[in-house]
Design a protein around this ligand. Structure first.
Ligand code: PLP
Length: 387
């Protein structure tokens, strides 16, 4: 076996705690398979306690949670929503589905998050909301963003898909704005295959959130005995996952703290091992502002330019290391051009998107494997320096 085969290091491997099937069996034998059963309630309570949000609601995905947010904010045709272009499609799609117009603003050089200093200039009379995306589980500058939102009477929806167990000034991501959306997709830290949650922080929106999630009916209130029949109240859909998904998720939430600790250890190992390459000017490591307690969702590096990034990724793959790039900025995608609008030059977005390379990151990645990734990266970069 050659070295590359020995070290076929995947980019991601979902972590299972070992209790998932046990809880799924419990749901199975309990004959409770539809949504909002005992496991869903347990997950809701856990999320509410952990984040301090006023109401947590499990959804099929973070995408579904963002779609709920757009319905809750009553986004209408032509309403503008300020967001980064450097994000996943769902951030924009959820609002476009309601006729909203994503207004793409540039990101910060250090955190790759929405640049709060550029938001205010992008506000127009049509602006309704700001959607900060906490990239890599590192918080956006929420204090400034909340201040802008307050002064302009805008809502804040946090796309905290990557932010489970991360904090900003001590507050859980997703619990800082009016609404927050989590993802439990297989590629995230805490998972249920597909899955997500909407965190409702503005108590005035809690009742409507339940209604929108239950096909536009007040079925949740009916089950609590608050009304004697349930009826169609407003536009909604079916956003709730079944109990099997919630049972799986419960096994993960119970271990969320341990999962985060383990990932942080891997992250720290990369960070330390890559310091010399940063000092020599080969790459830039992630920057974590002091007020941000991240969750080690991702370990990325920034290479000097796009062609170098692509060559490094190709060479690493040949050596058995699966490092991958990330978002194609939405403003340069066909649908982004059709449905969105750009505010100002997106110079940092365009530059960063071509230079990001994400390292393998999963629980179980051994010290030897991390060392192999770093050594391989070092030798690949040295190859290029000689050429
Ligand atoms: C993963 C992700 C999503 C989508 O999450 P799903 O649960 O797959 O819908 C949305 N936004 C960001 C920033 C993400 O990283």
């Amino acid at each position: 076996m050659n070295k590359a085969m020995q070290n076929n290091i995947k980019f991601n491997r979902p972590y299972m705690t070992g209790k998932e099937l046990y809880y799924i069996a419990e749901a199975h034998f309990g004959n409770m398979l539809a949504g909002d059963g005992p496991f869903t309630k347990r997950c809701h309570r856990w999320l509410e306690q952990e984040t301090g949000c006023s109401k947590a609601l499990l959804t099929h995905s973070c995408t579904a949670a963002l779609e709920m947010a757009a319905l809750l904010l009553d986004i209408q045709s032509g309403d503008e929503v300020i967001m980064p272009s450097y994000t996943f499609v769902s951030t924009a799609n959820a609002f476009v589905l309601r006729g909203g117009v994503p207004v793409f603003v540039d990101i910060r050089e250090d955190t790759l998050n929405l640049d709060e200093r550029l938001i205010e200039a992008a506000i127009t009379p049509r602006t309704r909301a700001i959607v900060p995306v906490h990239y890599a589980g590192v918080a956006c500058e929420m204090e400034s963003i909340l201040d802008i939102a307050r002064r302009h009477n805008l809502k804040v929806v946090e796309d905290a898909a990557q932010g489970v167990m991360a904090r900003y000034k001590g507050r859980a991501l997703g619990s800082v704005g009016d609404l927050g959306a989590y993802s439990f997709h297989e590629t995230k830290n805490v998972i249920s295959g597909e899955g997500g949650a909407l965190l409702v922080n503005d108590p005035a929106l809690a009742l409507r959130a339940e209604i929108i999630r239950e096909k536009g009916t007040d079925r949740s209130r009916f089950f609590r005995g608050e009304v004697d029949k349930y009826t169609w109240q407003e536009v909604g859909s079916s956003f709730l996952p079944g109990e099997l998904t919630a049972a799986f998720l419960w096994a993960q939430l119970e271990e969320a703290e341990a999962i985060t600790t383990e990932r942080l250890a891997i992250w720290a190992r990369y960070h330390e091992a890559l310091a010399p390459l940063e000092e020599r000017g080969f790459l830039r490591r992630p920057i974590i502002p002091v007020e941000c307690q991240h969750n080690a969702h991702m370990y990325y590096i920034l290479l000097p330019d796009g062609p170098t990034r692509d060559r490094v990724a190709r060479r690493l793959k040949e050596e058995g290391v699966h490092a991958i790039f990330h978002y194609i900025p939405l403003h340069s995608a066909p649908a982004g051009k059709q449905y969105g609008r750009v505010h100002g030059a997106l110079a940092v977005t365009d530059s960063i998107a071509g230079r990001v390379l994400r390292m393998p990151m999963w629980i179980g990645l051994s010290e030897e494997q991390i060392a192999y990734v770093v050594e391989t990266l070092e030798s690949v970069l040295a190859e290029f320096a000689i050429q």
